[in-house]
Write a protein that binds this ligand. Structure first.
Ligand code: ADP
Length: 319
């Protein structure tokens, strides 16, 4: 292998830059050239591909987002569009592509692999919703952002005897909500994997008030329910002022934590190692603190993310 490409795609996450940097530096140290693709699959299709040097990734390890840019490009679902993208890669003599992104991006990488073009997927998303890995790049940073938000809301909620509802990202995965609830000491956590029962939640809040708690903090995953309407209902029921805070894209930004930088660095270097060993069509993960790799097609079609039952129970036990 002589030349590899790297792109970031889909929702950005803190640590993507560290991953790109690791791919570039690890490859260059082995005499492999690296080409950066701008704006994910969109730039791949538009042939916005440029050679990256060692200095191209200087001063990026501490920066959130992705300096290569990212995009949503639904047209990549069309085979003819992907074929043109592969032609662009071949034109530059690029032998393999490292794709850093979430499950949508993995789907694109899987399809390129199925068309005979080898890709390596690195899990870059704050949602922690990728199969085959315990953690994704960006999750830890987002988790710290949510925890800090909970800490701040707690101060003001306690002073005012207020109920706080914090809506966090995660799409269909409750990891961010559960981990943040445990780290922030939030009393109630609502995640899509467990379903949402409003009556249960209100009963639990009543129970907390009866125990003499000065405030209540509910951590809830996005898309579960309308949190502003929920706040109104809880307020009407309890008579306590209830506010919903939607953290939104704040969770996506900021300088990556040490944990995310290290994870991204390890995974980026590992992707290069795999390609040098002749592997293609793989996705990288971390399990029990060991780097692992799986067939990307198998990962998407058959592997499931296990629900972290222990974390869910813990938030309940510590209530
Ligand atoms: P994420 O990677 O964060 O999950 P998206 O779901 O938006 O973000 O996916 C990112 C991009 O991956 C899409 O804009 C599209 O270009 C590509 N993609 C997603 N699904 C597919 C698919 N089924 N086939 C080919 N490409 C896809």
């Amino acid at each position: 292998i002589k030349k590899i490409g790297v792109l970031t795609s889909g929702g950005d996450s803190p640590g993507m830059n560290a991953a790109i940097r690791a791919v570039v530096r690890a490859a260059l140290s082995k005499g492999i050239e690296v080409y950066g693709v701008r704006d994910g699959y969109l730039g791949l299709h538009q042939d916005r591909i440029e050679k990256l040097e060692r200095h191209s990734v200087s001063d990026v390890i501490n920066r959130g987002g992705t300096f290569l840019g990212s995009a949503r490009f639904p047209a990549f679902k069309e085979e003819s569009v992907r074929r043109e993208a592969i032609e662009n890669l071949k034109k530059h003599g690029i032998d393999a592509l490292v794709v850093i992104g979430g499950d949508g991006s993995y789907m694109g990488a899987k399809k390129l692999t199925e068309m005979g073009y080898p890709c390596i997927g690195l899990p870059g998303t704050i949602d922690n919703d990728i199969a085959g890995t315990s953690f994704t790049i960006g999750f830890d940073t987002a988790l710290n952002v949510v925890m800090e938000a909970i800490d701040r809301l707690r101060d003001t909620s306690t002073s005012h005897k207020r109920i706080s509802i914090v809506e966090v990202m995660g799409r269909h995965c409750g990891d961010l909500a559960m981990h943040a609830a445990v780290a922030g000491g939030a009393e109630f956590v609502v995640v899509p994997e467990k379903g949402f029962n409003k009556a249960d939640l209100i009963a639990q809040i009543d129970n907390g008030i009866a125990k003499g708690k000065r405030h209540a903090m509910v951590t809830i995953c996005e898309h579960v329910t309308d949190v502003n309407a929920l706040a109104k209902e809880i307020e009407a029921h309890t008579g306590l002022e209830t506010r919903a805070t939607i953290l939104g894209h704040i969770q996506r930004g900021g300088s990556p934590t040490a944990r995310d930088r290290i994870l991204a660095s390890r995974m980026g270097a590992y992707a290069v190692e795999l390609l040098m060993e002749g592997h293609g069509g793989r996705c990288v993960g971390i399990m029990k603190n060991q780097l692992v790799h799986h067939d990307i097609i198998d990962c998407i079609e058959n592997m499931k993310r296990p629900f972290d039952e222990e974390m869910f129970k813990l938030s309940d036990t510590l209530f």
